[in-house]
Design a protein around this ligand. Structure first.
Ligand code: HSE
Length: 436
């Protein structure tokens, strides 16, 4: 059988990886797919760069629409990124009846519902394993491997840049800004790292996982997003003294009041396996009713890890293209007419535990005032750490870990605590998850 003809749009790092891995492992991949996979055409503005990787065997064009208009191309790989031209090209490829494989998390998180509707109408596959956690097959696991389960929650370290920065901050006791500069110098962080450090990239990925886990539309616009830019080295140190690590987590949970969908720095017990995920690595922990806890670990970015996911999608296309579209695994795991409009809860309504750092005047009664405010709001204290005041000073740090409460109760308690004459400056609040 003739190999499936593939067009690749955007030959950057991942595109190069796809090309290399397909060439290197073609025999093994063909044994699995039952058919060869041939990249027949590549679109990229830098034709010379593509030639250096792909040689003369592949048709190289500057205009991606030549791929869409090529009747021999059955599958388009979109590796351009972003939601500008990439969105237009993906929709045009679908309209032309081509299957699409993409690594574009922003596109799926923001325009996924529209793209899946268009693809459903045309009966084509849109596959996006590489969009979440790079080489970790988490989409496959959530959508197929865990299909017997009622998934309860997912918590993931799904941004390598920020995990690298947090690991460095903890190991070296450095502040965020210093580590970011070093990470940029070493090439771990982009020149413009906004999407990573502000939590947007992680929120894209969390929104996609949330939709697949709970059978709801993709709702990036409802995600609560906080990055790591305001995180102080001192909090990482205090957390460690209390037996916790701070990670930027993408969290989504099913609750009786709706779905929680949030990205923020989070204290997690140091003894959890996921807490020891360091550097640029990714990990996703899933809790589901039948299987219990499962943990998926690996490289969340990079040429070949991401190519691994892209090629797995290509093999799926080869295997499933002849299958009646209604019999294929649904894009978001659940049958389209069974997707529910479960509300995504606002951050004030979520329930979690908290780490609080207060700077207090070290006089009698301070602690009593603070604990009374918390008790009045039914917020129970789990642990307390009071640092000794430095010699000659009468103020010190007070760290409080609380049990679970609703965010709105915590916000109102913090307001009252900050109004106390004995509390200096604002209270630092970091959410805490036991992940048990
Ligand atoms: N910039 C992402 C990260 C990789 O740092 O994990 C691509 O999503």
């Amino acid at each position: 059988m003739k190999p499936i003809q593939v067009g690749l749009m955007g030959m950057g790092t991942v595109g190069g990886g796809v090309f290399t891995v397909l060439e290197r492992n073609q025999e093994e991949i063909q044994r699995r797919a039952g058919r060869g996979i041939h990249i027949a055409q590549i679109a990229d503005l830098d034709i010379e760069k593509v030639k250096a990787i792909a040689g003369d065997k592949v048709k190289i064009v500057a205009d991606a629409r030549q791929i869409i208009n090529n009747p021999d191309i059955e599958v388009v790989i979109e590796l351009i990124g972003g939601y500008g031209i990439a969105k237009a090209l993906v929709l045009e490829a679908i309209a032309a009846g081509k299957h699409v494989v993409t690594a574009n998390k922003a596109l799926i998180a923001v325009h996924g519902n529209e793209i899946f509707n268009a693809a459903r109408e045309k009966g084509v596959i849109v596959a996006f394993e590489a969009a979440v956690a790079g080489g970790i097959p988490i989409i496959k696991a959530l959508r197929e491997g865990l299909t017997a389960n009622r998934i309860e929650w997912i918590a993931g370290i799904i941004n390598g840049t920020t995990n690298f920065i947090l690991s460095e901050m903890r190991e070296k006791g450095l502040d965020f800004a210093d580590v970011l500069k070093e990470a940029q110098r070493l090439g771990y962080a982009e020149a413009d790292p906004t999407f990573d450090i502000e939590g947007i990239d992680a929120a894209h990925k969390a929104s996609i996982m949330s939709a697949i886990a709970f059978g709801i539309p993709v709702q990036f616009d409802k995600a609560h997003i906080e990055g790591i830019t305001k995180l102080a080295a001192v909090d990482i140190r205090y957390a460690e003294q209390l037996g916790y690590r701070i990670k930027l987590l993408g969290i989504t949970k099913r609750t009786k009041d709706g779905v929680e969908l949030r990205v923020h720095p989070t204290l997690i017990p140091a003894k959890r396996l996921i807490a020891s995920v360091e550097g640029a690595m990714n990990a996703v922990q899933v809790y589901a009713d039948a299987v219990g806890t499962t943990l998926y670990y690996g490289k969340g970015a990079g040429a070949e890890p991401t190519a691994s996911a892209v090629i797995a999608d290509l093999v799926d296309v080869v295997r499933l293209q002849a299958v009646d579209p209604k019999q294929r695994v649904p894009y978001l795991a659940f049958q389209e007419n069974r997707v529910k409009d479960t509300i995504v809860m606002s951050i004030e309504d979520i329930t979690t535990s908290y780490y609080l750092r207060l700077h207090v005047v070290d006089v009698a009664g301070v602690l009593a005032d603070i604990t009374r405010i918390l008790a009045d709001k039914n917020i129970s204290i789990d642990a307390l750490l009071q640092k000794e005041a430095l010699e000659g000073q009468n103020h010190t740090d007070l760290i409080i870990l609380t049990h679970q409460t609703q965010e709105k109760h915590m916000l109102s308690a913090i307001k009252e605590i900050e109004a106390l004459a004995t509390v200096q400056g604002s209270v630092t609040k970091i959410r805490l998850e036991e992940l048990s």
